[in-house]
Design a protein around this ligand. Structure first.
Ligand code: GLN
Length: 260
Protein backbone atom coordinates (compact mmCIF):
# COMPACT_ATOMS: atom_id res chain seq x y z
CA UNK A 1 0.00 0.00 0.00
CA UNK A 2 2.71 2.38 1.07
CA UNK A 3 4.71 1.46 -2.00
CA UNK A 4 1.74 2.19 -4.25
CA UNK A 5 1.33 5.64 -2.72
CA UNK A 6 4.99 6.39 -3.22
CA UNK A 7 4.79 5.33 -6.82
CA UNK A 8 1.76 7.52 -7.40
CA UNK A 9 3.55 10.44 -5.84
CA UNK A 10 6.61 9.88 -8.02
CA UNK A 11 4.43 9.67 -11.12
CA UNK A 12 2.69 12.91 -10.15
CA UNK A 13 6.06 14.63 -9.74
CA UNK A 14 7.27 13.46 -13.13
CA UNK A 15 4.03 14.67 -14.67
CA UNK A 16 4.30 18.06 -12.99
CA UNK A 17 7.91 18.52 -14.08
CA UNK A 18 7.14 17.52 -17.67
CA UNK A 19 4.05 19.71 -17.82
CA UNK A 20 6.02 22.64 -16.48
CA UNK A 21 8.84 22.14 -18.97
CA UNK A 22 6.23 22.04 -21.70
CA UNK A 23 5.14 25.54 -20.77
CA UNK A 24 8.20 27.05 -22.45
CA UNK A 25 7.99 30.08 -24.66
CA UNK A 26 7.02 30.57 -28.25
CA UNK A 27 8.45 32.74 -31.00
CA UNK A 28 8.04 35.87 -29.01
CA UNK A 29 8.85 34.87 -25.49
CA UNK A 30 11.78 36.09 -23.54
CA UNK A 31 13.97 33.72 -21.60
CA UNK A 32 12.37 32.54 -18.42
CA UNK A 33 13.37 32.14 -14.85
CA UNK A 34 11.21 29.51 -13.20
CA UNK A 35 9.81 31.71 -10.44
CA UNK A 36 8.67 34.68 -12.52
CA UNK A 37 5.04 35.33 -13.31
CA UNK A 38 4.02 35.19 -16.95
CA UNK A 39 2.44 38.04 -18.87
CA UNK A 40 0.43 36.56 -21.74
CA UNK A 41 0.46 39.03 -24.61
CA UNK A 42 -1.59 38.97 -27.80
CA UNK A 43 -0.47 40.79 -30.92
CA UNK A 44 -1.30 40.66 -34.62
CA UNK A 45 2.19 40.11 -36.03
CA UNK A 46 1.59 41.90 -39.34
CA UNK A 47 2.23 45.53 -38.53
CA UNK A 48 5.85 46.60 -39.12
CA UNK A 49 7.55 48.44 -37.51
CA UNK A 50 5.39 47.69 -34.43
CA UNK A 51 5.13 43.89 -34.67
CA UNK A 52 6.51 41.67 -37.40
CA UNK A 53 8.60 38.56 -37.99
CA UNK A 54 11.42 38.45 -40.50
CA UNK A 55 11.77 35.34 -42.59
CA UNK A 56 13.97 32.77 -40.87
CA UNK A 57 13.82 34.67 -37.56
CA UNK A 58 12.25 33.14 -34.51
CA UNK A 59 11.69 36.22 -32.38
CA UNK A 60 8.92 38.69 -33.05
CA UNK A 61 10.36 42.14 -33.59
CA UNK A 62 9.23 45.74 -33.50
CA UNK A 63 8.56 48.74 -31.32
CA UNK A 64 5.62 47.13 -29.48
CA UNK A 65 7.56 43.91 -28.96
CA UNK A 66 10.52 45.71 -27.40
CA UNK A 67 8.22 47.89 -25.34
CA UNK A 68 6.14 45.05 -23.87
CA UNK A 69 9.28 43.03 -23.08
CA UNK A 70 10.67 46.08 -21.26
CA UNK A 71 7.35 46.56 -19.43
CA UNK A 72 7.33 42.88 -18.42
CA UNK A 73 10.91 43.07 -17.20
CA UNK A 74 10.09 46.17 -15.19
CA UNK A 75 7.16 44.36 -13.54
CA UNK A 76 9.15 41.14 -12.94
CA UNK A 77 7.10 39.10 -15.43
CA UNK A 78 8.21 36.76 -18.19
CA UNK A 79 6.60 37.84 -21.46
CA UNK A 80 4.94 35.29 -23.75
CA UNK A 81 3.66 36.63 -27.05
CA UNK A 82 0.93 34.96 -29.13
CA UNK A 83 0.19 35.89 -32.73
CA UNK A 84 -3.56 36.48 -33.06
CA UNK A 85 -5.36 38.14 -36.00
CA UNK A 86 -6.25 41.77 -35.23
CA UNK A 87 -10.02 41.21 -35.12
CA UNK A 88 -9.51 38.23 -32.75
CA UNK A 89 -7.49 40.15 -30.15
CA UNK A 90 -10.29 41.66 -28.06
CA UNK A 91 -12.26 38.36 -28.01
CA UNK A 92 -9.06 36.58 -26.83
CA UNK A 93 -8.68 39.13 -24.05
CA UNK A 94 -12.30 38.74 -23.02
CA UNK A 95 -11.93 34.95 -22.97
CA UNK A 96 -8.87 35.46 -20.71
CA UNK A 97 -6.64 33.57 -23.13
CA UNK A 98 -4.29 36.55 -22.91
CA UNK A 99 -3.64 39.21 -20.24
CA UNK A 100 -2.89 42.17 -22.51
CA UNK A 101 -2.96 43.28 -26.13
CA UNK A 102 -0.17 45.32 -27.66
CA UNK A 103 -0.79 45.64 -31.37
CA UNK A 104 -0.72 49.26 -32.49
CA UNK A 105 -4.22 49.37 -31.03
CA UNK A 106 -5.86 52.77 -31.02
CA UNK A 107 -7.57 53.91 -27.84
CA UNK A 108 -11.17 54.78 -28.67
CA UNK A 109 -14.56 54.98 -26.93
CA UNK A 110 -16.04 52.00 -28.75
CA UNK A 111 -13.24 49.70 -27.58
CA UNK A 112 -13.35 51.23 -24.09
CA UNK A 113 -16.79 49.66 -23.71
CA UNK A 114 -15.12 46.24 -23.82
CA UNK A 115 -11.55 46.72 -22.56
CA UNK A 116 -9.35 48.90 -20.35
CA UNK A 117 -6.43 50.79 -21.86
CA UNK A 118 -3.08 51.77 -20.43
CA UNK A 119 -1.91 55.35 -20.73
CA UNK A 120 -1.15 56.23 -24.37
CA UNK A 121 2.29 55.09 -25.50
CA UNK A 122 2.48 56.23 -29.14
CA UNK A 123 0.86 58.97 -31.25
CA UNK A 124 -0.35 57.77 -34.60
CA UNK A 125 -3.02 58.53 -37.21
CA UNK A 126 -4.31 57.43 -40.58
CA UNK A 127 -2.88 58.20 -44.01
CA UNK A 128 -3.32 56.58 -47.40
CA UNK A 129 -1.18 54.87 -49.97
CA UNK A 130 -1.93 55.00 -53.71
CA UNK A 131 -0.13 53.81 -56.85
CA UNK A 132 2.79 56.07 -57.82
CA UNK A 133 1.10 57.09 -61.09
CA UNK A 134 -2.26 57.87 -59.45
CA UNK A 135 -3.61 61.23 -60.66
CA UNK A 136 -7.23 61.18 -59.46
CA UNK A 137 -6.71 60.72 -55.71
CA UNK A 138 -4.94 63.55 -53.93
CA UNK A 139 -6.96 63.75 -50.70
CA UNK A 140 -9.41 61.66 -48.68
CA UNK A 141 -12.31 63.54 -50.27
CA UNK A 142 -11.27 62.12 -53.64
CA UNK A 143 -11.89 58.56 -52.44
CA UNK A 144 -15.63 58.73 -53.19
CA UNK A 145 -16.47 56.37 -56.03
CA UNK A 146 -13.21 54.45 -55.56
CA UNK A 147 -12.33 51.04 -54.10
CA UNK A 148 -10.25 51.20 -50.92
CA UNK A 149 -8.58 48.37 -48.98
CA UNK A 150 -8.37 48.41 -45.17
CA UNK A 151 -7.45 45.87 -42.51
CA UNK A 152 -10.52 44.27 -40.95
CA UNK A 153 -11.51 45.44 -37.48
CA UNK A 154 -9.35 48.56 -37.54
CA UNK A 155 -9.95 52.27 -37.12
CA UNK A 156 -9.14 52.61 -40.85
CA UNK A 157 -12.07 50.37 -41.74
CA UNK A 158 -14.35 52.48 -39.59
CA UNK A 159 -13.04 55.85 -40.84
CA UNK A 160 -13.29 54.93 -44.52
CA UNK A 161 -16.83 53.63 -44.11
CA UNK A 162 -17.72 56.95 -42.48
CA UNK A 163 -16.49 58.92 -45.53
CA UNK A 164 -19.45 57.52 -47.47
CA UNK A 165 -19.62 56.60 -51.14
CA UNK A 166 -16.45 54.48 -50.93
CA UNK A 167 -16.36 50.80 -51.82
CA UNK A 168 -14.51 49.28 -48.86
CA UNK A 169 -12.61 45.99 -49.13
CA UNK A 170 -11.75 44.60 -45.70
CA UNK A 171 -8.74 42.29 -45.81
CA UNK A 172 -6.88 40.38 -43.10
CA UNK A 173 -3.54 42.21 -43.02
CA UNK A 174 -1.97 45.44 -44.28
CA UNK A 175 0.26 43.29 -46.54
CA UNK A 176 -2.89 41.89 -48.19
CA UNK A 177 -4.13 45.48 -48.69
CA UNK A 178 -0.87 46.61 -50.33
CA UNK A 179 -0.89 43.54 -52.59
CA UNK A 180 -4.43 44.33 -53.67
CA UNK A 181 -3.37 47.91 -54.49
CA UNK A 182 -0.46 46.73 -56.63
CA UNK A 183 -2.72 44.23 -58.39
CA UNK A 184 -5.17 47.06 -59.26
CA UNK A 185 -7.92 45.44 -57.17
CA UNK A 186 -8.29 48.73 -55.23
CA UNK A 187 -7.20 52.34 -55.83
CA UNK A 188 -5.99 53.18 -52.32
CA UNK A 189 -5.07 51.66 -48.95
CA UNK A 190 -5.92 53.51 -45.75
CA UNK A 191 -3.81 52.45 -42.79
CA UNK A 192 -1.77 53.79 -39.86
CA UNK A 193 0.79 56.41 -40.92
CA UNK A 194 3.96 54.86 -39.40
CA UNK A 195 3.12 51.50 -40.97
CA UNK A 196 2.52 53.07 -44.40
CA UNK A 197 5.76 55.05 -44.13
CA UNK A 198 7.75 52.00 -43.05
CA UNK A 199 6.30 49.92 -45.87
CA UNK A 200 7.37 52.45 -48.47
CA UNK A 201 10.70 53.68 -47.14
CA UNK A 202 12.10 50.69 -45.27
CA UNK A 203 11.01 47.92 -47.57
CA UNK A 204 12.17 49.92 -50.61
CA UNK A 205 8.73 49.42 -52.10
CA UNK A 206 8.32 51.10 -55.48
CA UNK A 207 5.22 51.75 -57.59
CA UNK A 208 3.29 53.19 -54.64
CA UNK A 209 3.37 56.41 -52.63
CA UNK A 210 1.99 57.65 -49.30
CA UNK A 211 0.04 60.91 -49.33
CA UNK A 212 0.79 63.42 -46.57
CA UNK A 213 -2.80 64.20 -45.51
CA UNK A 214 -3.86 62.71 -42.17
CA UNK A 215 -7.43 61.57 -41.75
CA UNK A 216 -7.26 61.18 -37.97
CA UNK A 217 -4.91 61.54 -35.01
CA UNK A 218 -4.89 58.45 -32.78
CA UNK A 219 -3.10 57.22 -29.66
CA UNK A 220 -2.02 53.62 -29.14
CA UNK A 221 -2.60 51.92 -25.79
CA UNK A 222 -2.04 48.50 -24.23
CA UNK A 223 -5.45 46.86 -23.77
CA UNK A 224 -6.50 44.80 -20.74
CA UNK A 225 -9.62 42.97 -19.61
CA UNK A 226 -12.29 45.30 -18.29
CA UNK A 227 -11.90 44.10 -14.69
CA UNK A 228 -8.10 44.04 -14.58
CA UNK A 229 -7.45 47.41 -12.96
CA UNK A 230 -4.65 45.91 -10.86
CA UNK A 231 -2.58 45.01 -13.92
CA UNK A 232 -3.52 48.32 -15.55
CA UNK A 233 -1.88 50.18 -12.65
CA UNK A 234 1.23 47.99 -12.84
CA UNK A 235 1.54 48.56 -16.59
CA UNK A 236 1.07 52.31 -16.29
CA UNK A 237 3.69 52.44 -13.53
CA UNK A 238 6.09 50.45 -15.69
CA UNK A 239 5.48 52.70 -18.73
CA UNK A 240 6.09 55.75 -16.58
CA UNK A 241 9.33 54.29 -15.27
CA UNK A 242 10.55 53.44 -18.78
CA UNK A 243 9.83 57.00 -19.90
CA UNK A 244 11.70 58.40 -16.90
CA UNK A 245 14.75 56.16 -17.15
CA UNK A 246 15.31 56.69 -20.89
CA UNK A 247 14.47 53.10 -21.90
CA UNK A 248 11.36 54.22 -23.85
CA UNK A 249 13.44 56.80 -25.76
CA UNK A 250 16.00 54.14 -26.65
CA UNK A 251 13.32 51.82 -28.04
CA UNK A 252 11.71 54.74 -29.89
CA UNK A 253 15.02 55.79 -31.45
CA UNK A 254 15.74 52.19 -32.50
CA UNK A 255 12.57 52.03 -34.60
CA UNK A 256 11.81 55.63 -35.56
CA UNK A 257 15.17 57.31 -35.46
CA UNK A 258 14.23 60.31 -33.39
CA UNK A 259 12.10 61.18 -30.36
CA UNK A 260 8.79 62.90 -31.17
N1 GLN B 1 -4.42 51.48 -35.03
C1 GLN B 1 -5.38 50.73 -35.80
C2 GLN B 1 -6.47 50.24 -34.89
O1 GLN B 1 -6.31 50.24 -33.70
C3 GLN B 1 -4.75 49.56 -36.55
C4 GLN B 1 -4.05 48.58 -35.69
C5 GLN B 1 -3.52 47.36 -36.39
O2 GLN B 1 -3.87 47.06 -37.52
N2 GLN B 1 -2.65 46.62 -35.76
O3 GLN B 1 -7.51 49.85 -35.34
Amino acid sequence: MKMKKLLALAAACVFAVTAFAGCGGNGGSSSSSSSAKVLKVGSSIDFAPFEFQDEGQKEYQGFDMDLIRAVGKEMGYDVEIQNIGFDGLIPALQAKNIDVIISGMTINDERKENVLFSDPYYQSGLTMVVRADEQGIKSFQDLKGHKVAVQIGTTSAEAVKKLGGVEVKELNTPADCFMELKANGVDAVVNDRPVNDYYITKSGETGVKALPERLTAEDYGIALAKDNTELQTKINDALKKLKENGEYDKIYAKWFGEQK
